[in-house]
Design a binder for this molecule. Structure first.
Ligand code: CUA
Length: 263
């Protein structure tokens, strides 16, 4: 049978297209770094999210090495936490669930995109090689303010990332001549050891204390403040540790006045 040359050319071209389509679909399904979200994450009772070990206190956890876990709760119309920070060169596993209706967790400009379903935990692991800023949004219609449901994912340079927290307990007022203390607690969310110096500056005084926090834990230091050297009046104080700062004011009042200004 004789086939016309043009007809032959169109036949071959359509064959090539079909093979091309099959190849793209296959690559999309099994290609490198492309995985479908399955039910690995397991299920959860949406009414008990607050008692759950991950979702009770959602946020970033250091697992070890360059591995991190991030638990996120979606609800109409926000994510908790809405600002996520992880370091570059990290492998991050996201665990997501919803408190109410079906949402999505979509990191704009990446292939991170999953439905977030009440009663289910969506799990996916992503590698972030370079520092960058990404928007997070919901692309499952979830109600009136669906279009406002968004968040931020900041991948920061490794040397700018830590999970250190500093909290300070200090009195507002002390009587002159009395001893007082300012207590600082440094907690380290990383599995690695943290060596840092906690510094208190108040008036002319600078007090320093070295702390070593092994693994994920916290250390407290107590600074004794010399109220006689400060003198009466208001004194600003600043506590710093590992690049974190807390500040406040301590008022030293005259003992005979007993803090009562009318005396
Ligand atoms: Cu949540 Cu749309």
């Amino acid at each position: 049978m004789n086939i016309h040359t043009y007809e032959k050319a169109w036949l071959i071209a359509s064959m090539v297209l079909i093979v091309g389509f099959i190849a793209t679909i296959t690559y999309g399904a099994v290609g490198p770094g492309i995985a479908m979200i399955d039910d690995d994450g397991g299920s959860i009772n949406p009414d008990n999210i607050n008692d759950h070990e991950w979702f009770g206190e959602p946020g970033v956890t250091h697992v070890g090495g360059n591995e991190y876990e991030v638990a996120v709760v979606a609800q109409a119309w926000s994510y908790t936490p809405s600002q996520i920070e992880v370091p570059a060169n990290s492998e991050v596993t996201f665990y997501l669930t919803s408190r109410d209706v079906t949402h999505s967790f979509t990191v704009v400009g990446t292939n991170v995109n999953t439905m977030v379903i009440p009663g289910q935990v969506s799990q996916m692991t992503v590698e972030f090689d370079e520092a960058d800023e990404y928007g997070i949004l919901c692309n499952e219609y979830c109600g009136e303010y669906h279009h406002t449901m968004e968040g931020k994912l900041n991948v920061v340079p490794e040397d700018e990332f830590d999970l250190t927290e500093l909290s300070v307990e200090a009195p507002d007022e002390v009587q002159a001549g009395n001893e007082t203390t300012i207590n600082a607690t440094v907690s380290d969310g990383m599995q690695t050891d943290l060596e840092t110096t906690v510094t208190l500056e108040i008036g002319e005084q600078t007090l320093e204390r070295d702390v070593t926090i092994s693994g994920e834990g916290s250390e407290s230091v107590e600074f004794a403040v010399d109220t006689a050297a400060l003198g009466t009046g208001e004194h600003d104080w600043t506590v710093t540790a590992d690049g974190h700062t807390e500040s406040g004011t301590l008022e030293v009042v005259n003992a005979t006045e007993g803090g009562d200004d009318s005396a």
